[in-house]
Design a protein around this ligand. Structure first.
Ligand code: ATP
Ligand code: MG
Length: 138
C-alpha cells in the first residue's frame, strides 16, 4: 500500500507540513517518495529571452526541491523532478501517472494570498481529477 508517494512542493508552509506527513508515511510503509515542483511557462512564451528565462525558472524550481529534500531525515529513497507546467495541476496529475504514484500528498493551500479559501486551485483540481487517493494537509 502506498509504495510510490508523490509530494507536490511549492515552498509554502502547507507544503512543508505535507512533506513531513509524507515522510512519516514513507518511513512507516517503506515507500518511495517523489518530490515535484511545477514552474509556470505560459507567461514567457514568445519572449525574446525565452530559453534563458526558462532555464532560470527551472533552476529556481530545482532549488525549491533541493531545500525540501534537505529537510528530510533520510533521503535514500527520494526522487525529485521539476515540471514545466501550465497549469500546475495538470503537470502534477501527469507526473502522478508517470511515476505510478498510488498516493499524492499536498497542502490544502499554498503560496496564494486569498486566506479565506479552504482549498487552493491546484489542490482542488488535483484532488478532483487524480486517479489515486490525495492527502490534503492543512
Ligand atoms: P491559488 O494558487 O489557487 O491562488 P494557493 O496557492 O493557496 O491558491 P494551491 O496553489 O492550490 O493553493 O496550493 C495547494 C498545494 O498544492 C500546495 O501546498 C502544494 O502542495 C501544491 N502546489 C501548488 N502549486 C504548486 C507547484 N507549482 N508545484 C508543485 N506543487 C504545487
Ligand atoms: Mg498556489
Amino acid at each position: 500500500m502506498y509504495r510510490n508517494i508523490l509530494v507536490a512542493v511549492d515552498g509554502s508552509e502547507h507544503s512543508v507540513r505535507a512533506l513531513k506527513q509524507a515522510e512519516q508515511l514513507a518511513r512507516a510503509l517503506d515507500s518511495r517518495l517523489i518530490l515535484v515542483h511545477a514552474f509556470a511557462t505560459a507567461d514567457i512564451a514568445g519572449h525574446s529571452d525565452h530559453s534563458s528565462l526558462l532555464a532560470g525558472r527551472r533552476a529556481k524550481g530545482q532549488e525549491v526541491l533541493d531545500a525540501a529534500r534537505a529537510t528530510l531525515e533520510d533521503a535514500a529513497r527520494v526522487e525529485q523532478e521539476v515540471l514545466s507546467a501550465d497549469p500546475d495541476a495538470e503537470a502534477i496529475l501527469a507526473a502522478a501517472k508517470t511515476h505510478r504514484a498510488d498516493l499524492v500528498v499536498m497542502g490544502s493551500r499554498g503560496l496564494g494570498t486569498l486566506k479565506g479559501l479552504l482549498l487552493g486551485s491546484v489542490s482542488q483540481k488535483v484532488s478532483h481529477l487524480a486517479s489515486c487517493p490525495v492527502l490534503l494537509v492543512r
